[in-house]
Design a protein around this ligand. Structure first.
Ligand code: HEM
Length: 124
């Protein structure tokens, strides 16, 4: 499974997944908030138009709302306030959500380290 090393990779991951599944967040109130927000906003603020729904807890992926939304639990569970994301499905599998959990658990790195850039690290 792919891992996510930077904010840009996270943005591409979410947008790419939706596109591959024929979905778009354009008609939602929040739009593609991972693309419209700055890095600092994304890691500290609420989802646009959803006051009180903080996007994530740096260092703690599983209880982060962005993760809960994709898993369909908590606020996004069967008895929750909102539908599982992306609304109407198809939904991400757990193994597709895991890289997002890992990125948050790793402290939401804004940029990849040199050895992570371009995927392969030098062999010597
Ligand atoms: C993290 C908190 C989130 C909240 C509170 C939230 C809330 C909502 C709500 C209430 C809707 C229904 C339409 C509307 O009222 O605007 C919606 C639609 C949608 N959301 Fe989210 N969402 C969240 C995260 C996400 C994420 C991470 C994705 C990316 C996979 C996503 C993708 C979508 C899509 C594709 C739609 C449907 C657009 C359509 O019907 O065409 N949402 N969202």
């Amino acid at each position: 499974m792919a891992s996510i090393h930077s904010f840009e990779e996270l943005q591409d991951y979410l947008t790419g997944w939706l596109a591959e599944h024929g979905k778009s967040a354009d008609r939602s109130r929040h739009k593609a908030f991972w693309d419209t927000m700055t890095y600092q906003e994304f890691i500290t603020k609420d989802v646009p138009r959803f006051p009180g729904v903080k996007i994530l807890i740096k260092g703690d992926g599983l209880p982060s709302q962005i993760v809960q939304s994709l898993l369909g639990v908590g606020l996004f569970g069967p008895d929750g306030e909102y539908p599982r994301m992306p609304r109407g499905g198809p939904y991400m599998s757990y193994s597709e959500i895991q890289p997002i959990i890992d990125w948050i658990n790793n402290g939401c790195p804004e940029f990849a380290t040199r050895s992570e850039e371009g995927g392969e690290s030098p062999s010597s």
